[in-house]
Write a protein that binds this ligand. Structure first.
Ligand SMILES: C[S@@+](CC[C@H](N)C(=O)[O-])C[C@H]1O[C@@H](n2cnc3c(N)ncnc32)[C@H](O)[C@@H]1O
Length: 275
């Protein structure tokens, strides 16, 4: 397990993922009833953008640094900008919140977050990042196994975020398999899958697997394409595939991916499809 998200924190893909995630949480939190959130691949929760890993790639420059400096970014980025500003009260953006921290900050009374992270070093940082957020728990465990063992039947309102590193060849297959399993137990579960876009064929295969797993439930696919998909060796974009998206997600998702593609991309485009 070599992947460290610290190299990529706050990059274009995080912006789109986290801004859409916060829009989605706002809609779920507007509905009464306790919400359970499982983040299967949680990462460290908070990242130091002045740390050695982040500085080595400099990816946050075209990501969160550009967003925080953009006065006219769409309204759909407001929650993410607020969360980043809250973490950096001195003003300069040094710390960037990962998905579990963003989720923990949004939970209401009675809601729960179970954040799974397999690496002990990232799990230690994650535990600190979630300290003080009641209802939020950092587990050092395999997120696939943890989620597969849960009985989702009794969880009326459920959100599962699946954000694996895609280092292992079967992450896409596992993501689709886990989604199918969750939906068999709870057909109204909201499932969010992050996916890399390198070439069209691999991405279409992944999207097809997720749509099959959804078994007729609606799927929203929000793609941020940085550039035309001509070189499959590069990360040319990123996507979120959302099964059972709450109403009203299409507009903000489009605003978010269009802005990220225009500001961080090289002739790319945003795309939102709803099936
Ligand atoms: C893409 S990062 C997660 C980023 C995070 N979701 C966010 O948006 O801030 C993937 C994380 O999954 C962890 N990981 C890899 N395999 C795992 C597994 N089987 N179970 C749980 N965590 C795993 C990695 O160590 C890494 O921290």
């Amino acid at each position: 397990m070599n992947y460290r998200h610290a190299y990529h924190a706050g990059n274009f893909a995080d912006l789109a993922k986290h801004a859409i995630l916060l829009e989605l949480l706002a809609r779920l939190e507007a509905v009464p009833g306790a919400l359970t959130v499982i983040d299967t691949h949680a990462g460290a929760g908070v990242y130091d953008l002045a740390g050695a890993e982040a500085l080595r790639t400099g990816e946050s420059e075209a990501g969160i640094a550009r967003l925080m400096a953009a006065p006219n970014a769409p309204e759909a980025f407001r929650s993410l900008k607020t969360a980043v500003a809250r973490l950096n009260p001195q003003g300069a953006v040094r710390l960037y919140p990962g998905s579990p921290r963003l989720i923990a900050e949004r939970l209401g009374p009675g809601d729960r977050l179970i954040a799974c992270e397999a690496r002990s070093d990232d799990h230690a940082v994650l535990t600190e990042a979630l300290r003080g957020f009641s209802g939020s728990q950092a587990l050092m465990t395999d997120g696939w196994t943890y989620a597969a063992r849960q009985s989702f039947r009794d969880r009326a309102r459920l959100l599962v975020l699946i954000d694996p590193p895609y280092e292992a060849g079967d992450d896409a297959v596992q993501a689709a398999g886990l989604s199918r399993r969750i939906l068999v137990a709870n057909r109204r579960a909201v499932i969010v899958i992050w996916a890399p876009i390198k070439d069209l064929m691999s991405f279409d295969t992944l999207a097809g697997r997720v749509e099959d797993a959804a078994g007729g439930c609606p799927v929203l696919i929000a793609q941020t394409r940085l550039r035309p998909l001509t070189d499959p060796m590069r990360l040319n974009g990123a996507a979120l595939l959302i099964i059972n998206p709450p109403d009203g997600m299409e507009g903000p998702a489009r605003d978010i991916v269009d802005w990220v593609a225009a500001s961080a991309g090289e002739g790319g485009e945003g795309r939102v499809d709803f099936t």
